[in-house]
Design a binder for this molecule. Structure first.
Ligand code: AN7
Length: 364
């Protein structure tokens, strides 16, 4: 095999990840996703920013979760685990099921009954996970899997597992490589808040700086040889109005939103995400379900990029905050589009006009 064949993010960034030469790497060649500059939307709106989408929907299972899962499952296997478990709003379960299949171990996934997008459910089922639907939401599932994994030989692969964040931090490395430096802003959806924390770890390491996640990180940002950027971006996190604990400044007990991926009221990475917001002088903002769906459609129609509703909240947030002048003029802004639109065809079809039906005779 030639040296240029891309074999996933652990191989690419192995000197910045907790693996050694003996580690058996469980990978589906995740990462290396495209950074696509938006053209039509900023032109139409007269925005003076350069806006890029990091399209994480193009990972092997269709979401950013693959970045964390390659690392978590690699370490689970290294520790001798025979089975992994997670709670999920959908994408984590799809990734866990796929990487467990790749590793040849078992996976158990807990999902809220009737509240995950069908594409994600089909993935967990096809990859052979034991799918357990619970009469409750993600936060209830999270409590259950923490309990189960503490008493049974099950390796927990939710983002409370620090290896998940280690894998997910690599998105920052890729953005910096593509742009030549960190952007001015990096914008993303916030649910369980692992991803915003991972972005901050990645950007901090890249700039050779300490961050609020250092206590969880086995490498202590000791990357003096790997400094690749001159600065860290301002991080902006968008939440659905019905599931916005960071806006309410307290946990939300009955989260509700059409963006089921981020239907989370008790984020596990609460402290880390606040640290990321404060240290980056960023902010959290909320968007309604209506704004989310509208943004999903606008992005798909104007740029040819189809992301899932949770991911489209980044565009909804920009539509609101750029117009308000919250972003400094002439900025470089990167949006993480966390998952592919094909994950949730039901929501897409429900908000689109029905196709016309014609008799064949009319066509002649
Ligand atoms: C598309 O799959 O939590 O703030 O269980 O699937 O790191 O939780 C999914 C989260 C954003 C939020 N966009 O990221 C799960 C799960 C998409 C997602 C998020 C999720 P975090």
């Amino acid at each position: 095999m030639n040296n240029h064949h891309y074999t996933g993010l652990i191989n690419k960034y192995r000197n910045r990840l907790p693996v050694d030469d003996k580690t058996r790497i469980i990978s589906l060649n995740e990462g290396n996703t495209p950074l696509i500059q938006l053209k039509n939307l900023p032109n139409k709106l007269g925005w003076e920013h350069e806006i890029f989408c990091k399209f994480e929907g193009l990972n092997p299972t269709g979401s950013f979760k693959d970045r964390g899962m390659t690392m978590a499952v690699t370490k689970a296997v290294e520790s001798g685990a025979q089975a992994i478990i997670c709670a999920s709003t959908g994408n984590t379960s799809a990734a866990a099921a796929a990487y467990a299949a790749r590793a040849g171990i078992k996976s158990f996934v807990l999902i809220p009954e009737g509240k995950i997008a069908l594409g994600k459910l089909s993935q967990a089922m096809m990859h052979g996970a034991t799918v357990i639907q619970i009469k409750g939401n993600f936060d209830d599932g999270m409590r259950l899997v923490q309990e189960l994994s503490s008493t049974m030989p099950l390796n927990l692969v939710n983002s409370i597992n620090p290896y998940r964040l280690q894998g997910q931090k690599t998105i920052a490395f890729e953005v910096i490589e593509a742009l030549g430096d960190a952007p001015d802003y990096h914008v993303m959806p916030v649910g369980n808040a692992g991803n915003i924390s991972a972005h901050w770890i990645g950007y901090s390491e890249s700039a050779g700086q300490q961050c609020g996640s250092c206590n969880l990180c086995d490498r202590q940002c000791a990357f003096k040889d790997d400094v690749i950027s001159t600065k860290r971006p301002t991080l902006v996190g968008y939440q659905a109005s019905g599931a916005a604990p960071f806006l309410r400044n307290e946990m939300v007990d009955s989260p509700e939103t059409i963006a089921t991926a981020i239907r989370i009221g008790h984020p596990v990475s609460w402290d880390l995400a606040w640290a990321a917001q404060k240290e980056s002088t960023g902010w959290f903002e909320e968007c309604t379900d209506e704004e989310i769906l509208q943004a999903q459609k606008v992005l798909a129609e104007s740029e040819g990029i189809f992301c899932e509703p949770a991911s489209a909240i980044t565009i909804a947030g920009l539509l609101k905050d750029v117009e308000r002048g919250r972003y400094q003029k002439n900025s470089t802004i990167v949006c993480t589009l966390t998952g592919h639109g094909l994950k949730d065809p039901d929501t897409a079809i429900a908000q689109s006009e029905a196709p016309v039906v014609v008799r064949q005779s009319v066509m002649r």
